[in-house]
Design a binder for this molecule. Structure first.
Ligand code: NAD
Ligand code: TDX
Length: 349
């Protein structure tokens, strides 16, 4: 039996994680705390919002007094901490928002949990969800291991690295019961269309340019979001306190090859002539400080906890495209309002 606080449950990964825990563990109580920023959307959780074991609280993880009250009210036994500012491009234009939520917010959550649990750490888990970007940028060879030294290079990754350090400091200083995972790029349903894959799906549907930064040679290691949350479930229940686990799919793509594969699949699905969508590819000014390559070694997770990704990329991409084509209302809703302002500013149109 657990009463679990999920932060950022209305976001992309958080909503998949919330759905998994609410449906798979009917005996657990799940409280989703989310500020509902531009990236948070309760539509992502429509199918579970009335579940008897689910509660939503609108609030900010930097609000220490709210966090203290929630720990008193709900007596959480576990925390799954997903809330973050998560988009690298936005961190380049507004770094302080990232420091505030990712660093101050994580520290506030740790402090509230420490006070709430008051040294009674048996059966308690504070699980911090982090990213491979904390390890920096790889050259053409090599992988990120759990032992790789941190070398974050964007305000986003530096803020996530700082939060990881604070989580570990609580473990070493107070024997606080933490677990951390660092995952590679996720893709799948409910992904906000400011990130590469959903942005390109949206633009292909609307015959708009597909903006590729630089030469499109940067490499990312893509994992289907449901495989990520399955890994989190495994680590939450079977992982060791104080340990870090890398999560990734051994699935590296240059951005240009990935976008070409997306164009190929979408031409087929939309009944367009082969090669139509590729003509939309447009090379634009590179991202400042653009990390060249990320690649995760997830051997520890495979060997110790028996986790492996379940989906091949072409299949995962196909499922993802189908979801966006079948959920145009969701896409129209999240791309109305402020989205256009962000888009025009980011892409100079
Ligand atoms: P997202 O941007 O889609 O969602 C973030 C959620 O957090 C939103 O619902 C937002 O409203 C909420 N939030 C933001 N600031 C908040 C605050 N101050 N208080 C309360 N709620 C707040 O992010 P995501 O892509 O789902 O990422 C979730 C986590 O996973 C993040 O910690 C991110 O660093 C990590 N991660 C993401 C990826 C990826 O590819 N998306 C990969 C590895 C790790
Ligand atoms: O318009 C674009 N054109 C483009 O070429 C966008 C939005 C991105 N890109 C490139 C930049 C990256 O090399 O595509 C790649 C992927 O970009 P994003 O989707 O913005 O993801 P990334 O910067 O790699 O970060 C993601 O993975 C790690 C998530 O946003 C993070 O939250 C996660 O921690």
């Amino acid at each position: 039996m657990h009463t679990i606080l999920i932060t950022g449950g209305a976001g992309f990964i958080g909503s998949h994680l919330t759905r998994l825990f609410v449906t798979k563990y009917p005996n657990y109580k799940i409280v989703n705390l989310d500020k509902l920023t531009y990236a948070g959307n309760l539509e992502n959780l429509k199918d579970v919002e009335n579940a008897p074991n689910y509660t939503f609280v609108k609030g900010d993880i930097t609000d220490l007094s709210l966090l203290r009250e929630l720990f008193v009210q709900y007596k959480f036994t576990g925390v799954l901490h997903c809330a973050a500012e998560s988009h690298v491009d936005r961190s380049i234009t507004d770094p302080l928002a990232f420091i505030n939520t990712n660093v101050v917010g994580t520290a506030s959550l740790l402090q509230a949990a420490k006070e709430g649990w008051n040294g009674q750490y048996d059966e308690k888990i504070f699980y911090h969800i982090s990213t491979d970007e904390v390890y920096g940028s790889l050259g053409k060879e090599g992988f990120f291991y759990e032992t790789t030294a941190y070398d974050p290079r964007s305000p986003y990754s530096a803020s996530k690295a700082s939060s990881d350090h604070i989580v570990r400091a609580f473990y070493h200083t107070y024997h606080f019961p933490v677990k951390i995972s660092n995952c590679s790029n996720n893709y799948g349903p409910f992904h906000f269309p400011e990130k590469l894959i959903p942005l390109c799906i949206h633009n292909i549907i609307n015959n708009k340019p597909l903006p590729i930064y630089g030469k499109g040679e940067n490499v990312r290691d893509w994992l289907y979001v449901e495989d990520h949350v399955r890994a989190i479930d495994t680590i939450f229940h079977k992982g060791k306190i104080g340990e870090t686990y890398n999560i990734g799919g051994h699935n590296e793509w240059t951005n240009i090859d990935l976008v070409k594969e997306l164009c190929r699949q979408m031409d087929e699905k939309l009944g367009r002539e082969k090669g139509t969508s590729e003509k939309l590819i447009t090379y634009v000014t590179d991202r400042a400080g653009h990390d060249l390559r990320y690649a995760i070694d997830a051997t520890k997770l495979k060997n110790e906890l028996d986790w492996l990704p379940s989906l091949q990329f072409e299949e995962g991409l196909s499922k993802t495209i189908d979801w966006y084509l079948n959920n145009k209302e969701w896409l129209d809703e999240v791309t109305s309002g402020n989205y256009q302002k962000y888009y025009n500013k980011q892409y100079g149109v």
